[in-house]
Design a protein around this ligand. Structure first.
Ligand SMILES: [Zn+2]
Length: 288
């Protein structure tokens, strides 16, 4: 049985410690587009196999990422992120599993978080596992490619994908850099299509779900298994599932309440109903 009002959502979640599962639709109001949402341009996401298997593809990817990550770093949490942080402080939300790599939940003040798909601000060596910050890699990439970022124009004007992959054409001649420790191949510490979420993260996520009374999906079409499995697990273990998303999702037939709506306004309404109308305050923007 699905329903379409915020009141039904409030009734469902009142008195239940709720785990949130969030996706790209959560960050569209922060200027990071959701490439699966209604009206989004068709786009074939890069797969792990393409990144590993093709050096030219990898160069192209890094060139675009070198522009795109700055846009993600500049993004700010929106009203939806702040509302979830407020709901966590009030004990309504028990934690967040997010498919986003933009770290905006953390910046809004959420604490019990699992970044299922990693984060945009770290880079890992595929050969030795060495981790570096995206910031320090940017310095090395700038040194290896003087004038590149300037040559593609205003970063904010460039079409940006949710995985920090800017859509630009001028990538020929871009020089990626190798791991400083072993000379190996570097990859953003992000889970790509064709790649699995690390087991430790999955275990932690299921433990948080088992500890909660309900699951609230916010801004995800549940296209990939990495998110859908939590909805299936909740339904199987008798926990109510609420879904707030613009457009259909793969979990709709498992939902108790289904709202075709944006996350910012809906989560703000949840705060008003379940916490009260105290002013929201996000954590200050961290300096990377
Ligand atoms: Zn290495």
């Amino acid at each position: 049985m699905t329903s379409t009002t915020v009141e039904d959502l409030v009734d469902l979640l009142r008195g239940r410690r709720t785990l949130a599962l969030t996706g790209a639709g959560m960050s569209t109001d922060s200027g990071i587009p959701d490439y699966r949402g209604p009206g989004s341009p068709p786009r074939t996401p890069m797969t792990y196999q393409q990144f590993i298997g093709d050096e030219a593809f990898r160069r192209h990817y890094w060139a675009r990422n070198h522009v795109g990550w700055r846009h993600v770093r500049r993004a700010q949490p929106n009203a939806g992120h702040r509302a979830l942080a407020e709901l966590e402080r009030a004990g309504v939300v028990s934690g967040i599993l997010t498919q986003n790599v933009d770290l905006l939940h953390r910046e809004a003040g959420s604490r019990a978080l699992v970044d299922l798909h990693g984060s945009y601000d770290r880079v890992v060596c595929l050969d030795c596992g060495h981790l570096v910050s995206r910031e320090s890699l940017a310095e090395r990439l700038d040194a290896a490619n003087p004038g590149f970022v300037e040559s593609v124009g205003n970063v904010a004007d460039i079409e940006i994908a949710p995985d920090a992959d800017a859509v630009i054409e001028t990538t020929a001649g871009f020089q990626p850099v190798a791991c400083e420790v072993c000379g190996g191949v570097l990859k953003p510490d992000i889970v790509y299509f064709g790649e699995s979420v690390p087991k430790e993260r999955v275990t932690r996520a299921f433990a948080m779900l088992d500890d909660a009374d309900a699951l609230l999906v916010a801004g995800s079409s549940l296209t990939v298994h990495s998110g859908l499995r939590f909805v299936r697990h909740a339904a199987k273990t008798g926990k109510p599932v609420a879904i707030v998303n613009r457009g259909a999702t793969r979990g709709d037939d498992l939902a108790t309440v289904r709202l075709d709506a944006g996350t910012s306004e809906t989560l703000t309404a949840l705060v008003d109903a379940l916490v009260g109308s105290a002013p929201l305050s996000g954590a200050p923007r961290r300096t990377p």
